[in-house]
Design a protein around this ligand. Structure first.
Ligand SMILES: N[C@@H](CCC(=O)N[C@@H](CS)C(=O)NCC(=O)O)C(=O)O
Length: 186
């Protein structure tokens, strides 16, 4: 299986962790924006190829990896909703990060202000979720851990008021597959 992506992308990291956890043999092909524009209609990473199967989003890739290994993929609707919420905050944070890199002030228009507000309210909701339960390892909580780790790595969110999320990250960081897929030093 070929996974196209980068060593810094949290979406790619999540797929790499699932591949390692399921013992699936794969090759990570480093892919920049120019290559992803040619390799995927979404012009994003990750995308993957396995024989004649080509998938263009980390969610479908994760479902494919887990089901190929005989596992169910997020059958619980509340866990699936947590995955979606973590995805929403990740998408918004990556979007604001890319715009800032392009020199656009995130406070410069109402839509970007809403993106920033969306990040804050979603982080609060994730923290409330994490306060309710210890970390139960599945693709929803793994998505949350990938988000928190990436947001720290790119200094997007101050998690000082989120002790439960930090505890989840600490727990995730004890796992070999999570440790070995950490992004390179910024
Ligand atoms: N919904 C996609 C999001 C993937 C995504 O946003 N990837 C980023 C890298 S972290 C990307 O390729 N961005 C390129 C761009 O926005 O032009 C997924 O889950 O795979």
């Amino acid at each position: 299986m070929q996974l196209y992506g980068s060593y810094t992308s949290p979406y790619v990291r999540h797929c790499r962790i699932a591949l390692l956890e399921t013992g699936t043999s794969f090759e990570l092909i480093e892919t920049d924006n120019k290559a992803s524009a040619e390799g995927s209609p979404a012009q994003k990473v990750p995308y993957m190829e396995d024989g004649n199967v080509r998938l263009y989003d980390s969610a479908s890739i994760l479902k494919y990896i887990r089901e190929r290994a005989g596992q169910a993929w997020l059958p619980d609707v509340k866990q699936f909703d947590l995955f979606c919420l973590a995805n929403t905050v990740l998408d918004a944070s990556v979007n604001v990060f890319q715009l800032e890199r392009a020199g656009i002030d995130p406070q410069s228009n109402d839509y970007l202000k809403r993106q920033s507000a969306r990040i804050s309210t979603t982080v609060e909701a994730l923290e409330a979720w994490a306060q309710e339960k210890p970390l139960q390892w599945n693709d929803a909580t793994l998505r949350v851990a990938c988000f928190v780790a990436w947001a720290q790595y790119r200094q997007r969110v101050d998690f000082a008021a989120c002790p439960a999320l930090l505890t989840w990250l600490e727990t995730a960081s004890t796992r070999d597959e999570f440790k070995s897929t950490a992004p390179p030093p910024a």
